[in-house]
Design a protein around this ligand. Structure first.
Ligand code: FES
Length: 233
C-alpha cells in the first residue's frame, strides 16, 4: 500500500466514524425545530436537558475526531521510516570504496536502519554465482553481503561474536559464519540476505525483498570459528 492510499483510507475512516454523530446532531436539530403554531412553553428543566445533550454530543464528537486525528498521525509516523528510506526500502549505506576499506578489517558493520550486517564476501565470485541465494543478492558482482540480523530459526536478533567471528544466536544456539553461512544449531538455512548494488560509487541495499539464505551445507568460506564461541548451546 502506498502512503497516499493509506492517507485516503484514514481520511475515509474518519469520515465514516463522524457519520453517526452527524446523524444524531441532525435529528436533534430537526426535533428542536418548531413552527409558530407549534410554539409552546417548555419547562426550564427541559431546556437545560436539551442544552446538556447537545453539549455532550458535541463533546463526544470532538473527542472522537481528536482520537482519529491522533491515530492517523501515529500511523503516518509509524510509516515514516519507509517514506524516508528506512527498513523496507532501498538504503544508501555509503561510499562503496570507503566501506570496502572499513570492512577489510574483517569486522561486520551493523546498519541499524536496515537491520542488517554488512560484510565483504571473501570467497570465489565464480562459486558465489552458482549459489542461487548469492546470485539473487548480487554477491558475485558487488562483493558485499547484507545479512539480515533476524535468526532464520525462530526470529531472534543474532549478535556478532568477535572472538569466533561468527554470528551466534543466544536463543537456541544457531551459529553462522561471518558470511552468514549455516554452521551449527537448529536453524534450517543460512542467514537471509538483501540485494546489494554499487550505483555511482554508492552502496545501495534493497531491504524491501528478503532473499532466503543459502541451504545448509553451503560452505564457501570460514568453515571453523576463529576463536572461542560466545554461545555454548
Ligand atoms: S531463534 Fe535463533 S536459534 Fe532459535
Amino acid at each position: 500500500m502506498t502512503p497516499i492510499q493509506f492517507a485516503l483510507i484514514i481520511a475515509l475512516a474518519s469520515l465514516l466514524a463522524w457519520i453517526p454523530f452527524a446523524l444524531i446532531g441532525a435529528r436533534s436539530r430537526k426535533a428542536g425545530t418548531v413552527t409558530s403554531g407549534q410554539l409552546e412553553v417548555m419547562p426550564v428543566s427541559d431546556i437545560t436537558d436539551v442544552g446538556r445533550r447537545k453539549f455532550l454530543l458535541r463533546g463526544v464528537g470532538f473527542a472522537s475526531l481528536a482520537f482519529l486525528g491522533q491515530f492517523a498521525l501515529a500511523s503516518i509516523d509509524f510509516l515514516y521510516p519507509r517514506l524516508r528510506g528506512g527498513f523496507g526500502s532501498k538504503i544508501s549505506v555509503g561510499n562503496a570504496d570507503d566501506l570496502r576499506a572499513e570492512l577489510g578489517n574483517r569486522e561486520p558493520k551493523f546498519i541499524p536502519d536496515g537491520r542488517f550486517y554488512l560484510t565483504l564476501y571473501e570467497g570465489d565470485p565464480a562459486e558465489a554465482a552458482d549459489i542461487p541465494a548469492y546470485k539473487a543478492a548480487n554477491v558475485d558482482v558487488s562483493g558485499f553481503m547484507a545479512l539480515y540480523r533476524k535468526c532464520v530459526h525462530l526470529g531472534c536478533s543474532v549478535p556478532y561474536c568477535p572472538p569466533s567471528k561468527w554470528f551466534e544466536c543466544p536463543c537456541h544456539g544457531s551459529k553462522y559464519s561471518i558470511h552468514g553461512e549455516y554452521r551449527e544449531g537448529p536453524a534450517p538455512r543460512s542467514l537471509d540476505q538483501f540485494r546489494a548494488e554499487v550505483v555511482d560509487g554508492e552502496l545501495i541495499v534493497d531491504t524491501a525483498t528478503i532473499i532466503a539464505g543459502a541451504p545448509r551445507g553451503t560452505s564457501t568460506t570460514q568453515p571453523q570459528p576463529e576463536g572461542s564461541n560466545c554461545v555454548s548451546v
